[in-house]
Ligand binder design. Structure first.
Ligand SMILES: Nc1ncnc2c1ncn2[C@@H]1O[C@H](COP(=O)(O)OP(=O)(O)OP(=O)(O)O)[C@@H](O)[C@H]1O
Length: 268
């Protein structure tokens, strides 16, 4: 009997690597992420986590290996082509249009999807207003998802830190992505805000069928939310497994968890 055609993973990374001068910042990086799956990427400072994000988003061009989104090869594509294909990210340092309103931050991210042309925008034709109304409605829905309803007209830069992080997630959702790369989304959040963030991440995975790759230093969050965890050290993978397997992995404990526990205690 013939096997049914298997859907390709949302993200498939094969042997990806990059070298800066003599330093292999990321070496032989492999990963598969299925639909709605959440994978954690952890490792000590300088392990190569952000470089992996920069490779997958086209900021850096890999010196070896390939990566695919839903079976489509992404190597060599520019960042905007990669966003258009369906990979979005948030940053360690929040990058919003701080002087713009909350809702305009979302609408700016949607603009690439607009079908009215220059003429309609300049002359404000009925087609323009119809699309504007749809855009506003959709932006409001997304703000609701990240619990920012009622804050549409506030300046993004005036939101508390935790809310700015949630706005970044809504902005990523506005690009209709399939894979969301979250770079330390809980940094600077208190436990209540972190808990709310976890609920939002789980909600968008389920409702929007979005896969997530998460860099996070908050180990309790990583252990709680990730289905599988990949551990990097000096650019190479030293472990990959379930939270339980990772927590009991001697190599990880030596390379990372011991140091990280101390940092978490210091931060608390
Ligand atoms: N553009 C670059 N040029 C040269 N070296 C780089 C560049 N980007 C990253 N590196 C180096 O690659 C290594 C991995 O850095 P990366 O920022 O990916 O680590 P990280 O795991 O994200 O660390 P952190 O947890 O501190 O953010 C580091 O040694 C870093 O100095």
């Amino acid at each position: 009997m013939k096997e049914a055609a298997k859907k390709p993973p949302v993200l498939m990374v094969q042997n990806l690597g990059i070298q800066f001068g003599g330093l292999k910042a990321v070496d032989s990086f492999d990963l598969e992420i299925g639909e709605s799956e959440l994978i954690g990427l952890i490792g000590p400072n300088g392990a190569g986590k952000t470089t992996v994000f920069n490779l997958i988003t086209g900021v850096y061009k890999p010196t070896e290996g390939s990566f695919y989104l839903n079976g489509q090869r992404m190597n060599g594509k520019n960042t905007y082509q990669i966003v258009e294909a369906g990979i979005a990210r948030t940053f360690q340092n929040i990058r919003l249009f701080k002087k713009m309103s909350v809702i305009d931050n979302i609408k700016a991210a949607m603009n690439s999807r607009l079908s009215y042309g220059f003429f309609h925008a300049v002359f404000r034709t009925p087609k323009y207003w119809k699309q504007e109304a749809l855009l506003t409605e959709r932006a409001k829905e997304l703000l609701k998802v990240v619990h920012l309803e009622g804050k549409e007209e506030l300046k993004a830069g005036n939101l508390p830190y935790g809310e700015q992080r949630r706005l970044e997630i809504a902005r990523a959702l506005a690009t209709d992505m399939k894979l969301l790369l979250l770079d330390e989304p809980a940094a600077g959040m208190n436990p209540t805000e972190t808990e709310e963030l976890l609920d939002i991440i789980n909600y968008i995975r389920k409702e929007f069928k979005i896969s997530v790759l998460l860099i996070e230093h908050d180990m309790s969050l990583v252990m709680k939310i990730c289905e599988r965890i990949k551990v990097l050290d000096f650019g190479t993978t030293i472990a990959f497994g379930t939270p339980k397997e990772i927590a009991n992995n001697q190599r990880v404990i030596e390379a990372y968890l011991g140091k990280e526990d101390e940092e978490v205690e210091e931060d608390a």
